[in-house]
Ligand binder design. Structure first.
Ligand SMILES: Cc1cc2nc3c(=O)[nH]c(=O)nc-3n(C[C@H](O)[C@H](O)[C@H](O)COP(=O)(O)OP(=O)(O)OC[C@H]3O[C@@H](n4cnc5c(N)ncnc54)[C@H](O)[C@@H]3O)c2cc1C
Ligand SMILES: N[C@H](Cc1c[nH]c2cc(Cl)ccc12)C(=O)O
Length: 516
């Protein structure tokens, strides 16, 4: 069996992979992580999918184990600010879409919702975000009796096996660098060898497979399987093995970011239970509230804005609190390696692929890749089918997310700068134009979105279309022929329940302060 695994890179991807492989295979594999202390990680304040709870559950970790160590908070939604027009906002929440008479509530809302806020009319989470509530009460109980709490209820190995069955009501914000540190401790405690050194050479054998990597001070590291977690550099997959990188730049032009970590008095300011993405002149600014500070950054396209102007705009946005904070400028490689698994090398994380962090998909890509690696782990014969299945699954996830992100720009009503005007006419990924055409007459459903698993359910597409406001949408004509009493009752129930929860749940600061 290929049981000697060498992971190059110790960022979020490296340590998530090491700890997961140990949890999966225990001492039946030997895992080494080699990471440079000279080359930094991409450690900004980060937001996740709710699915990441399956990752922690797989490792046997409770929130109380890792959250305080990572200054983590809850995320109930992404709040899109100013994408339609200045002052407008809407939420993309973690909440199962309700349906009435077989039609999603959003479709009923299009026919005639009670207010002009589809998100508040159709989802509880939008009101909880506006009211800045925690999804848990001070005694730790989760907001709704109807929300399944456990993850052990199913034996599923992968996230895709859960999709559509339940929707957990929150994800997390955390400091990625602290999570990597926490997982390093977890992995080393379980026998992972940790080498701090630079890989200076990747030695290939006569077949072009990785034989070993050469480090500056620790000699050669031999293994059967090599995992490239070297970030945008792609030291093994792209540099040594020559696997081409396929850019998504034609459809997603944002290629840069400037980030600030801003310490703040969260008691005075409050901790919003959502990631905020605020549209700006040539991109958007993320605000990720952590316990004790916010992570913020401007994601932009260099074709439209210089790094200096982006930093100036970000500082203006944040205000005086960021005066003495140093900015971190990042060049983003948008797209994916054509194949993420080549010979005996599997790329996980930024080396495999990345799209701008608008819907917090980076760590989801890592989680998904690791699940697939366990599912399709090679045997002695390195059967090519396993590798092909892996590459197809990983490729589909990134291509699907690419479409979902492209939709945000095509659908946004904002058109006050050249950047936003160009967004309306920019090319869409192959096949998406036809799909979009259909969504305008019938809100997206499982049969009309990107046809392979990519993490996003149809209701996520509906939220973006309804919230961005730049495309004409129509309700299903059948709704004009169906009694709408049940739909109206559903809207009322949501409003009443949202009011009750907003009145009775604590705010996020109160909830997390009790653990400090
Ligand atoms: C601006 C921005 C915002 C983001 N926001 C989010 C978000 O909100 N949510 C989300 O899910 N994801 C987000 N991401 C993505 C997320 O940061 C990454 O997916 C995640 O941190 C994984 O990074 P990584 O481990 O692949 O690479 P990195 O963090 O770059 O780590 C690379 C590692 O490789 C090591 N290395 C490199 N070369 C060598 C060498 N020659 N020898 C030895 N070691 C080497 C480095 O030392 C480092 O340890 C964001 C990314 C960016 C750029
Ligand atoms: N796999 C799902 C993906 C998902 C469902 N709803 C949302 C909302 C937001 Cl803001 C991001 C992703 C998803 C999950 O993580 O629950």
């Amino acid at each position: 069996m290929p049981d000697r695994i060498v992971i190059v890179g110790g960022g979020t991807a490296g340590w998530m992979t090491a700890s997961y492989l140990k949890a999966a295979f225990d001492d039946r594999v030997q895992v080494t992580v080699v990471e440079s202390d000279r080359i930094g990680t991409i450690g900004v304040g980060e937001a996740t999918f709710s699915d990441i709870r399956h990752f922690f559950a797989y490792l046997g970790l409770e929130e109380s184990d890792w959250m305080p160590a990572c200054n983590a908070t809850y995320k109930l939604a992404v709040r899109f600010q100013d994408w339609r027009e200045p002052g407008h906002h809407f939420y993309h929440p973690f909440e199962q879409m309700r349906s009435v008479e077989g039609f999603p509530l959003t479709d009923w809302w299009l026919r005639g919702g009670p207010t002009d806020r589809f998100d508040r009319d159709c989802f509880l989470m939008a009101s909880l975000c506006d009211a800045e509530r925690s999804p848990r009460r001070l005694d730790g109980s989760l907001l709704g009796r109807d929300v399944p709490e456990g993850v052990a209820e199913s034996n599923a190995l992968t996230m895709s096996e859960h999709q559509g069955k339940t929707q957990f009501p929150y994800a997390y914000h955390f400091e990625a660098a602290k999570l990597a540190q926490y997982l390093c401790g977890y992995a080393v405690d379980r026998g992972v060898r940790h080498v701090v050194d630079d890989v200076v050479h990747v030695a290939l054998d006569s077949r072009g497979w990785v034989d070993h990597v050469v480090t500056k001070e620790h000699g050669e590291l031999h293994g059967d399987l090599f995992v490239d977690c070297t970030g945008f550099r792609g030291v093994l997959i792209n540099q040594a093995l020559g696997e081409p990188f396929q850019s998504f730049q034609d459809t997603l032009p944002n290629d840069s970011a400037v980030a600030l970590q801003v310490p703040l008095d969260m008691e005075a300011r409050g901790i919003r239970p959502c990631t905020t993405a605020t549209a700006r002149e040539a991109g958007w600014i993320w605000t990720i509230p952590l316990f004790g500070r916010i992570g913020t950054g401007y994601v932009y396209a260099r074709d439209y804005l210089s790094p200096e102007d982006a930093e100036r705009a970000l500082r203006e946005f944040v205000g005086l609190e960021a005066e003495h904070v140093e900015a971190n400028h990042i060049r983003m490689r948008i797209g994916r390696s054509r194949r993420s698994w080549v010979n005996n090398c599997v790329a996980v994380g930024l080396s495999s692929g990345f799209v701008e962090p608008l819907e917090s998909t980076g760590i989801f890509f890592i989680h998904h890749a690791i699940e697939q690696l366990v599912k399709f782990f090679p045997g002695d014969d390195w059967d090519l089918s396993l590798r092909d299945l892996y590459n197809e699954a990983v490729g589909h996830v990134m291509d699907g997310v690419r479409e979902f992100l492209a939709l945000h720009y095509r659908a946004a009503a904002r058109n006050d700068t050249q950047y936003w005007r160009d967004a309306k006419v920019r090319a869409l990924p192959d096949g998406m134009e036809e799909r979009l055409e259909r969504w305008l007459t019938h809100l997206p459903d499982s049969e009309t979105i990107y046809p392979y698993y990519h993490g996003l359910p149809p209701y996520s597409y509906a939220c973006v279309l309804l919230g961005m406001g730049g495309l004409p949408l129509r309700h299903s004509p059948a709704l004009d022929l169906i009694d709408d009493t049940a739909a109206r009752k559903q809207f009322e129930q949501i409003r009443d329940r949202a009011d009750e929860l907003a009145r009775t749940l604590p705010n996020q600061y109160e909830y997390f302060a009790q653990f400090r």
